[in-house]
Design a protein around this ligand. Sequence first.
Ligand code: KG4
Ligand code: ZN
Length: 340
Amino acid sequence: MRVLGIESSCDESAIAVLDEDAGLLAHRLFSQSALHNAYGGVVPELASRDHVRKLLPLLKETLLESLSSPADIAGIAYTAGPGLAGALLTGAALARSIAYAWNVPAIAVHHLEGHLLAPMLEKPAPVFPFLALLVSGGHTMLVDVEGLGRYRVLGQSLDDAAGEAFDKTAKLLGLPYPGGAELSRLAERGRPGVVVLPRPMLDRAGFDFSFSGLKTAAQHALRAAPASDETRADLAAAFETAIVETLLVKTQRALAESARERLVVVGGVGANSRLRERLRAMTERQGVEVFFPRVEFCTDNAAMIAVAGLWRLKQGQREGLPIHARARWPLDTLSAPGAA
Ligand code: KG4
Ligand code: ZN
């Protein structure tokens, strides 16, 4: 079985072809970050318009590279939410249209389910059940994953997502959008311990996070210190350490409470090398297996959407003609295909 995946929930236009036996045959992505850079964040209308421009050419290139013709494709998986409404609609309308034209099912995929299943593109892939730390630009959550569509959100950010906090602090430091990876590079030159920022919510029970206060603390620290490259690097290091330690401690607690033996780390912030290092060391000490998708599958991509679509299709999920696009869509309202 071969599935085409389409992702357009935010500022990445992406297409992938995934084969059940041969694995990922081709995947293409166009990032709009240069387009939104001048505005310091994603401009929804510009994002929709650019998806309209890019998705079809990407689709043609990806099909060609995967040596697939429409007759080889058994279903079209598309991100149906959560995300920017207009951006979602472009991918959803394309998916539904080609599904109709090629007479195959279209599968509406939850973007976060896609992130959760991204490690399935790697070898070895984790088996269910596992604990997931999902850290992206839009979401920060700890999820107990029992199986496909069986998700229990243990905790999540009450305000900014970790990636959002990275991006906002990067902006304060004069770095271009999205600044997570660049902030991390700047932090390499920072001196540990020169600036110390709080570790939000660690004194509270439960698995919720809050990162907006951390960004404000970074803003105050920046104002209080002399303006120099050294100050910026010290602050970047302090910020990264505070986020990484907060994520680490809460993840460790969730592993202990859930007694899961596997941890998967997904979403754009999962590309952060310091976070990976610290989680590797912690899981090794605890005898827990840890799985990270490669960096390009941490951030938004269509391969992860194709995985979720393929699995749902294999389990019998079929949909009628409506086009699904949900700007808000809680993860724990999902169910396994066929379940009541
Ligand atoms: O998963 P993703 O592509 O988008 C959402 O679904 O939200 O995540 C993007 C986020 C951005 O906030 C970006 O700054 C952050 O992931 N990010 C990083 C790194 N690479 C990407 N944050 C910290 N360190 C990185 N190396
Ligand atoms: Zn995402």
